[in-house]
Design a protein around this ligand. Structure first.
Ligand code: ACO
Length: 401
């Protein structure tokens, strides 16, 4: 029998939990000033502690959020973060017990999905998570980057104070940040940890807001790193770039590439199908472009998750295996009319982690079959699944948590 006890932590125990998580990332415990902000980033009832005897040996947390899925439905989702185990209690099953309990809690709350951003991709597949979206990281040399004449000139861009940024960003995110599958609700707790914490710590961050004919419709947040000597060129790193309409997207790019005394601009994440290099007169002004891991998803309630999204014109019968949440295991028929359980002979067989990779249309079933992640039981079924799961726009999350 396991000697690990898992329970929900009281608010008086959150600070110890945060100290444990930070220690797992080799960071010092929160100071009183940091905790004054950090304590407001905890959603009550969602911090788990793993105890070995009296010792808090591990912790895991989640915010209540939701996810936009193909077709436009919004599905309740737990955003899992702050997972850590003390280094003197590692590899004895503490994380496993935390994950087991957390997924049971998520299911009890009626949340259909769970999502996270892994520190190490090898950890979470065994708990049913799969990489569900990709993001494009782009590095540009602004001195050579000139937008083509056909590209929208965009609207007005203004720099805002921290107070104005905190007032306007959540609304802009709701209006312009949720247009694609894969985008998630940012709870108030998220804004506290992502922005209030950074402003309170006097971090050097700049927020630029774009306004079009209907008002504020995009913003970006960047961190400048000055050159070695005053007056020498800086680099800019964009951590948060929220815009959907082309006017706002390219208006913000135009602003960014026009900031003076800058050698290099890095945009950490944008959708993978945005043609920024092709928007320039010289595409080689983009010095590096790579697609990186974005959101990892776990289908906690497979029937509800499958029923929530839209499908392309094909019919496929899937056999899904979910050892951790066995009620999800079974055979599902997917058609443009929806998803139902069936006793029909399956065409494809896959784990619930791989289903998460297909769910938002990021990966192709045909490609995953070639590496053995999907077993094709009916010849040609993987190609049909590609039609079924295809999406018109690449899924993307873009929210780091
Ligand atoms: C969503 C987020 O918050 S991501 C942040 C995750 N946290 C960190 O990376 C902080 C530093 N690391 C840690 O705190 C811990 O090492 C953790 C949380 C990653 C793992 O905790 P542990 O209690 O040691 O894991 P546990 O013993 O339950 O292992 C479960 C399984 O995962 C495997 N595993 C755990 N961590 C790793 C790892 N880093 N690399 C490879 N395998 C791992 C174990 O080998 C075990 O495998 P099994 O299924 O074959 O038995």
């Amino acid at each position: 029998m396991s000697d690990i006890e898992i329970r929900t932590l009281a608010d008086t125990e959150w600070r110890e939990s945060l100290a444990l998580f930070r220690a797992a990332l080799h960071v010092t415990p929160p100071t009183d000033e940091q905790w004054a902000v950090g304590s407001r980033s905890y959603e009550p009832g969602r911090t788990l502690g793993a105890f070995c005897g009296d010792t808090l040996a591990g912790t895991a947390f989640a915010w209540s959020s939701d996810l936009l899925v193909p077709g436009g439905a919004v599905v309740p989702m737990a955003a899992v973060t702050r997972v850590g185990v003390r280094s003197d209690f590692r590899r004895r099953g503490v994380l496993r017990e935390l994950m087991r309990r957390q997924l049971a809690d998520v299911a009890d709350r009626g949340e259909v999905l769970a999502a996270l951003r892994p520190t190490e991709p090898v950890i979470y597949g065994r708990f049913g998570y799969g990489q569900a979206t990709r993001g494009a990281k782009t590095v540009a040399a602004p001195r050579n980057a000139v937008l083509r004449p056909e590209v929208s000139s965009g609207g007005r861009v203004r720099l805002v104070t921290p107070a104005e940024a905190l007032a306007v960003m959540p609304g802009i995110y709701e209006r312009a940040g949720r247009s694609r599958p894969g985008t998630m609700a940012r709870p108030s707790y998220w804004w506290t940890v992502a922005y209030e914490r950074a402003f309170a710590a006097d971090e050097h961050i700049i927020v630029a807001v774009h306004s079009g004919p209907t008002g504020d419709d995009g913003y970006l947040m960047y961190r400048p790193t000055p050159g070695a000597l005053p007056g020498t060129n800086a680099t800019l790193a964009v951590d948060d770039f929220v815009a959907a309409a082309p006017d706002a997207v390219y208006g913000l790019w135009r602003f960014l590439l026009g900031v003076d005394l800058v050698d290099e601009v890095t945009v950490w994440t944008r959708p993978t199908d945005e043609p920024i290099a092709e928007a320039l007169t010289d595409p080689r002004a983009i010095t590096s472009a790579e697609h990186r891991s974005d959101l990892w998803l776990r289908l906690v309630d497979v029937p509800k998750a499958l029923a929530a999204r839209e499908y392309g014109p094909a019919t496929v019968v899937l056999e899904v295996e979910d050892p951790l949440l066995p009620s999800n295991s079974g055979i599902y028929r997917l058609t443009p009319d929806g998803a139902t359980r069936t006793t029909a002979t399956p065409d494809l067989s896959l784990g619930v982690d791989v289903l998460a990779m297909l769910y938002l249309g990021t990966w192709r079933a045909g490609a995953l079959t070639t590496i053995g992640r999907i077993r094709e039981l009916t010849p040609g079924a993987a190609a049909k699944a590609d039609t079924l799961f295809a999406v018109p726009q690449a899924a993307w999350c873009g929210t780091f948590f």
